[in-house]
Design a protein around this ligand. Structure first.
Ligand SMILES: [Ca+2]
Ligand SMILES: [Ca+2]
Length: 95
């Protein structure tokens, strides 16, 4: 399901709007990084998703998502891990 959503974004979000989406996601990441170390700890990630305009997500699901995003398994979310998944989540909320 995530993969098909990503395809939808690729087709439907073009040019400026895609750049704008990435900009918004970057701003959210910077805001979420409360201690300013450039990565998101689990609590920062929970805060990010619970205060965003995404559909309400239970904490257990957020932590599961955290595990999926953390592809290098260091217990933190780097920006490179965050951006692709958040793009898909935003797409899920829109379509
Ligand atoms: Ca942080
Ligand atoms: Ca990581």
């Amino acid at each position: 399901m995530i993969a098909s959503l990503a395809k939808q974004v690729a087709v439907q979000v073009q040019g400026e709007s895609r750049a704008q989406l990435e900009y918004e996601l970057q701003q959210r990441f910077l805001l979420a990084d409360a201690n300013g170390d450039g990565v998101l700890e689990p609590q920062e990630f929970i805060d990010l998703l619970t205060r965003s305009d995404l559909p309400r997500i239970p904490p257990a699901v957020i932590l599961e998502l955290f595990g999926r995003l953390d592809t290098n398994r260091d217990g933190l979310i780097q920006y490179e891990e965050y951006l692709p998944m958040m793009s898909e989540l935003i797409a899920d909320a829109r379509y």
